[in-house]
Design a protein. Structure first.
Length: 243
């Protein structure tokens, strides 16, 4: 844990606590090991990746809110210390770093997050299997609207945003585990154009959840065979009536 003898005021106390938690988990240290091809000018590219994480944790709607919000994260020195950083970059620098990531670098960053979070998922899965004795997964699409006039969103398409509205958007396919401790844990997600419908994503979500959990339900093919066998005389009777 970082120790600072100087008291520094902050408007983001929960993010400071999460920074201490990230240290304890080794998240910051593991992220620093990911090789990034971008050079340090004023701020290390790893710092700007962490700053993007903070934007997500803080629920910021726009990346520019890092610098332009009423209490900008960029100016919070206590927050920087909690996350073992000398300071934060302007949102424009964060944007450039994200845009410059290669696919391999992005996948390595995701890999760090997966490794850090896997023990929590394993624990909650075991708790659920102990009580109530089974796992419950929730999967669906979540719309992410974009500006109707924008032309720079690749693969965005018109789709359902809510029951009464259609708009330019993406659809995020998400599958989560009902957790005895936390209510719900996200297992996997994937981006799709806005016109994708949920029924086309069911199999992919199930396979993604099973891959993350390392578990899958017993495939009761014997029960399926019984149900199919029961349908045979019904089908034969209908064929005879048709003839």
């Amino acid at each position: 844990m970082s120790q600072s003898p100087v008291e520094t005021p902050t408007q983001h106390a929960m993010l400071v606590i999460w920074g201490q938690f990230a240290q304890a988990l080794g998240l910051i240290q593991e992220l620093a090991k990911v090789p990034l091809h971008q050079k340090k000018v004023r701020h290390d590219p790893h710092t700007k990746i962490l700053e993007f994480f903070l934007a997500v944790l803080a629920g910021l709607e726009h990346l520019q809110d890092l610098s332009t919000a009423a209490e900008p994260l960029e100016k919070d020195l206590a927050l920087a210390r909690a996350w073992l950083q000398p300071g934060w970059a302007d949102f424009s620098g964060v944007s450039r770093t994200l845009s410059g990531l290669t696919q391999t670098e992005a996948e390595q960053i995701v890999g760090v997050l997966d490794r850090i979070s896997q023990p929590f998922i394993d624990r909650e899965a075991m708790l659920a299997l102990a009580n109530p004795g089974y796992l419950t997964l929730d999967g669906d699409l979540t719309p992410q609207p974009v500006s109707e006039t924008a032309t720079t969103y690749p693969e965005a398409a018109y789709g359902h945003i809510d029951e009464n509205r259609v708009g330019l958007c993406y659809q995020v396919a998400k599958v989560s585990l009902r957790s005895p401790t936390d209510g719900r844990l996200l297992l996997a997600s994937a981006w799709h154009p806005g016109d994708v419908v949920s029924c086309t994503q069911a199999q992919a979500l199930i396979r993604a959840a099973e891959a993350r959990l390392g578990l899958r339900p017993l495939r009761r093919t014997d029960l399926l065979a019984q149900r199919l066998a029961a349908q045979i005389p019904i089908r034969q009777e209908r064929e005879q009536r048709y003839q």
